[in-house]
Design a binder for this molecule. Structure first.
Ligand code: SAM
Length: 359
């Protein structure tokens, strides 16, 4: 697997899990909230363009997801195009944008814009996408953007700028941020330049807004530099799981439990620990949720697996032993080899008091 394949694989998985959540982790709960967040993003985008925008402009959204911002721009432009590396996002975008036949969305390679001829777009924009791209992928996109922008076109994009931060190449969601110098040089190599300097005060830029969501504006300033050839080599860690992925799945599971959807929370945590058995807290949360829903034997099985896989994990051992102590008189029932069966589970529940907790 190379990085192109991994980006597709990971973002398809996220889109299939819950596209709205992975696009807008705070505004995903209802379609209304999600739509409103698109309106807010579109307004911020339009406010950043330094000239009055024209409805006749050709507009491109890179990493459009299901079309959150595109939909909010529908009444402003006659020609809107969205591209995304994930086929699952694009499939869902057709539904989200069904009332707007003048918006077209396409699955693309995830590294170039080969579908579009030179000088096609008056405005290219991207929101909460560039920050997830491995550096060589962003470099390639900038080159492509120079190619597809009209001579007077605008590139408006969000990217955390201020200090350098990187994550492993295999990480398709971790946040990358750029120093001023790095992003300026990268734009320049690709014939682009900031219309406004990200901040006129270097002292402020160093420390402020490391994860800023604000838009920046760039324009074509010259010809392209020499091609930097990029080899999409095989990945060293094709099964790499991003810390941010794990963190966000855990938040999702927590949200489900708080909303009373315990089954979904349990299901999410189960997939999470299967995918990333090193996520120790995930095992504990899963056991706690199982216990909360009366699935005592499954909670014990979960803790037994945790302590088998990670015998040195004190918190796991302590939690397991506390729970065992509380149900000492049923010990024989619980020490069945996993996987368990439903009959065991029913017996266990019938015979146990219901005041178990993990602490
Ligand atoms: C956090 S979502 C944001 C979606 C959209 N920009 C929005 O604001 O609603 C990031 C999106 O970028 C897409 N993406 C990730 N890597 C990409 C790549 N290399 N090329 C194009 N899209 C990509 C993902 O599939 C996902 O839809």
């Amino acid at each position: 697997m190379n990085i192109v394949e991994k980006m597709k694989h990971d973002w398809n998985e996220r889109a299939q899990h819950h596209a709205r959540f992975w696009i807008a982790t705070e505004d995903y709960h209802t379609e209304e909230k999600f739509a409103q967040s698109g309106i807010d993003t579109a307004q911020a985008l339009l406010a950043t363009i330094p000239v009055p925008h024209l409805p006749s402009w050709n507009v491109l959204d890179i990493g459009c997801g299901i079309g959150r911002a595109l939909k909010a721009l529908a009444s402003h432009f006659h020609h809107l195009v969205g591209v995304d590396v994930s086929s699952a996002m694009i499939t869902q975008s057709k539904q989200w944008l069904a009332d707007h036949p003048h918006i077209h969305t396409y699955e693309t390679s995830g590294v170039d814009l080969q579908e579009f001829p030179h000088s096609t777009f008056d405005l290219v924009y991207s929101y909460v996408t560039f920050q997830h791209l491995p550096r060589p992928v962003l470099e390639r996109y900038l080159r492509e953007i120079h190619r597809v922008l009209t001579p007077d076109g605008y590139l408006v994009f969000q990217l955390p700028i201020g200090h350098f931060q990187d994550v492993p190449l295999e990480d398709t969601i971790g946040i990358r941020s750029y120093s001023n110098q790095e992003i300026e040089e990268s734009l320049q190599r690709n014939g682009l330049g900031f219309l406004y300097h990200p901040s006129p005060n270097p002292e402020v830029t160093e420390t402020s807004e490391p994860h800023s969501h604000r838009f920046r504006v760039a324009k074509k300033i010259g010809p392209l530099g020499p091609v930097v050839s990029i080899d999409w080599d095989k990945l060293e860690q094709p099964n790499f799981v991003s810390e941010l992925d794990t963190h966000l799945y855990a938040i999702y599971a927590d949200n489900c439990a708080r909303a009373g959807n315990h089954q979904e929370g349990i299901h999410t945590l189960q997939s999470l620990v299967n995918k990333n058995p090193a996520y120790l807290e995930g095992w504990l949360h899963l056991a706690a949720l199982l216990l909360e829903t009366g699935k005592l034997e499954k909670a014990l099985d979960t803790l037994k697996k945790l302590t088998t896989f990670h015998p040195w994990y004190r918190e796991g051992q302590k939690t397991f032993h506390n729970l065992l102590k509380k149900c000492a008189n049923q010990r024989h029932t619980f020490f069945t080899p996993f996987p368990t069966n439903d009959q065991n589970s029913r017996n266990a529940l019938k015979n146990t008091p219901n005041d178990f907790s993990l602490r």
